[in-house]
Ligand binder design. Structure first.
Ligand code: CTP
Ligand code: MG
Length: 231
């Protein structure tokens, strides 16, 4: 099941607090976004990578893509003010009649097996997202007062990749522009069309590097995978 992938990498990483894009941080001697790109480079089902970059980072990211022999980058696309704008800039360029995945550059631990299961469901249903059941109890709060405890069994933490028929994702982004709607993920735009979005159970390792403490988890995941590949 082949696909195109959009990789938004045009953020600033403000919550990581480094004063530079967190995607340049090195994990196991490689920049974070190179880990992410390498997964898709090595997946035979991936036809092309649409890497969305900020104007500040474009030159250095382009150099690093070449240095680490990532050959599937079809285009470097200029990012926008919000993640959604960055994704839309790429969505407009993708050819018709394909499955497109959107995957955060900041999630370097994605694995081919999850991508394959997700892509299959999106091909059948039109829209699918990777997700894991929430482990914490979640309460709705107003000020400092608990309003209610939300039933946990129906709560899932949504990750990327998210996979769509390109026609559906294009329509969803176009509708969001008309409505000046900004969502925190692509599936939320698709849900607004009334299109069903399928959940595909993922893996708790597929973390997004967001705040400094995520780096401890990242180092632990790297160590675990190295150990597993050495036995
Ligand atoms: N992203 C993007 N364009 C933006 C904002 C974010 O392409 N205008 C990308 C980021 O580079 C990242 C992904 O979207 O790979 C998920 O965003 P997030 O984790 O929020 O990263 P940042 O926006 O960089 O971080 P922060 O919100 O802390 O500034
Ligand atoms: Mg952000």
């Amino acid at each position: 099941m082949t696909y195109e992938v959009i990789i938004p990498a045009a953020g600033q990483g403000r919550r990581m607090g480094l004063g530079k894009n967190k995607l340049f941080l090195e994990l196991d001697r490689l920049p974070v976004f190179i880990h992410t790109l390498t997964v898709f480079e090595n997946d035979p089902n991936c036809n092309g990578i649409w890497l969305v970059v900020s104007s500040d980072d474009k030159k250095i990211m382009d150099e690093l893509v070449k240095k680490y022999s990532i050959t599937k980058v079809t285009a470097l696309i200029e990012g926008g003010a919000e993640r959604q704008h960055s994704v839309y800039h790429a969505v407009k360029e993708i050819p018709d009649d394909t499955i497109v995945l959107v995957h955060d550059a900041a999630r370097p631990f994605i694995q081919t097996e999850q991508i394959a299961r997700l892509t299959k469901v999106a091909k059948e249903s039109g829209a699918a997202v990777l997700a894991v059941p929430i482990k914490d109890t979640v309460k709705k709060v107003n000020g400092e007062l608990v309003v209610e405890t939300v039933e946990r069994s129906s709560l899932w933490a949504i990750q990327t990749p998210q996979a769509f028929r390109i026609s559906i994702l294009k329509e969803a982004h176009e509708r969001a522009v008309v409505d000046t709607y900004i969502g925190t993920d692509d599936a939320s735009l698709v849900e607004r069309l009334g299109q069903a979005v399928q959940i595909v159970e993922g893996n708790y390792d597929n973390i997004k590097l967001t705040t400094p403490e995520d780096l401890y988890f990242a180092e632990a995941i790297v160590a675990k995978r190295k150990k597993a590949s050495n036995v």
